[in-house]
Design a protein around this ligand. Structure first.
Ligand SMILES: Nc1ncnc2c1ncn2[C@@H]1O[C@H](COP(=O)(O)OP(=O)(O)OP(=O)(O)O)[C@@H](O)[C@H]1O
Ligand SMILES: [Mg+2]
Length: 317
């Protein structure tokens, strides 16, 4: 990729769209190389998240997300029973656990799409529970979200899908929107002609990349990914692992992701919270969790699929 320019988009509309380009900053060639054009499946899946030392370093800073005593339920079904956790800047933090343990509900609650019964959620140092839509808007503009089912509009091309977010949230002109959309698409490693294609014309892995391009359209500081590798073959999933790591490293994102994919957890997560029975059963790096005694966590790691992923991860270290 030549001369990739990273246009730093303000979350707020620029008063004079013509001037907005003067805020552009150039990513170094390395960043561009790291962030772009990682062919799907080139990466081997294995453990390469941060070391404990660098983890300690960035956990000393104020959290980007701080959840305190969160209680959520649907009718009599208690999903979260006084859950507390925090996510540090630049961290890739994962929520794991069996189906129905409340991972997506937790994500939706942080995104203010679901109301908890009680508790506190601070994002970027501000309490978000109780904000109305208008108050939440400036905050939401700092988020990028990729939902469980991708949710690209089938009637729009990939470039139009990415461009739609820019049209809604910025005052950039048409030509600039097309340019920024093309850059975001390139950052996710899709070939240039992918922008003109409809989601139905893409493979599953390419669709995930397109959904990621849309999620990073507004230069979010915080990215939420729900099951980013679900439904992908192992090689495409490995490409997404690489992409998540490279986006975090190149764009300095904080990422919260939800997944069942143990390979993804070993590969990208700095820390993982395992949810179960309404509680957080354990939090730590995958290496730390794999030594914990809780029977549900042990089953998670040492059931047949867990064992294969752990062995694979340790071999690659
Ligand atoms: N809108 C809703 N109305 C009623 N119950 C719900 C709703 N959404 C989720 N639930 C229930 O809350 C619990 C947690 O669901 P959630 O979708 O958060 O699980 P999950 O951990 O994301 O599962 P999976 O891994 O299968 O995606 C489940 O018992 C589910 O049936
Ligand atoms: Mg879910």
């Amino acid at each position: 990729m030549k001369n990739v320019t990273h246009i730093a988009l303000s979350p707020f509309p620029h008063p004079n769209p013509d001037e907005a380009t003067s805020h552009s900053t150039k990513a170094s060639k390395n960043d561009a190389q790291v962030a772009g054009y990682l062919p799907e499946g080139r990466a081997q899946r294995g453990g390469r998240s941060r070391t404990n030392e660098s983890l300690r370093e960035f956990q000393n800073t104020e959290p980007v997300i701080a959840i305190g005593n969160l209680h959520s339920r649907f009718g009599q079904n208690v999903v979260h029973d006084n859950i507390s956790l925090s996510v540090a800047p630049g961290e890739i933090f994962a929520l794991a656990g069996g189906s129905g343990c409340g991972k997506s509900t937790l994500l939706r609650t942080i995104l203010l799409l679901q109301k908890p019964v009680s508790g506190s959620i601070r994002v970027f140092g501000r309490e978000v529970l109780g904000l109305n839509d208008e108050q939440a808007l400036p905050l939401r503009r700092r988020f990028g979200v990729m939902f469980e089912r991708g949710a690209l509009f089938g009637s729009l091309t990939v470039a139009e899908n990415v461009g739609m977010v820019l049209r809604e949230h910025t005052r950039l002109g048409k030509a600039l929107i097309a340019e920024v959309a093309a850059l975001k698409i390139a950052l996710t490693g899709l070939p240039p002609d992918a922008g003109a294609k409809y989601p139905s014309e893409l493979s599953g892995g390419m669709r995930k990349r397109a959904a990621l391009a849309r999620a990073i359209a507004l230069d979010p500081e915080l990215l939420f990914l729900d099951e980013p590798t679900a439904g992908l073959d192992p090689l495409s999933a490995a490409g997404i692992d690489e992409l998540i790591l490279s986006l975090r490293n190149a764009l300095g994102l904080t990422i919260m992701l939800v997944t069942h994919d143990l390979d993804l957890l070993w590969r990208v997560a700095d820390r993982v919270a395992v949810l179960g029975e309404g509680h957080i059963l354990g939090v730590g790096s995958m290496a730390e969790l794999s030594k914990m005694e809780h029977p549900i966590i042990r089953n998670y790691f040492y059931g047949p699929r867990g064992r294969a992923a752990s062995e694979q991860a340790w071999k690659k270290r």
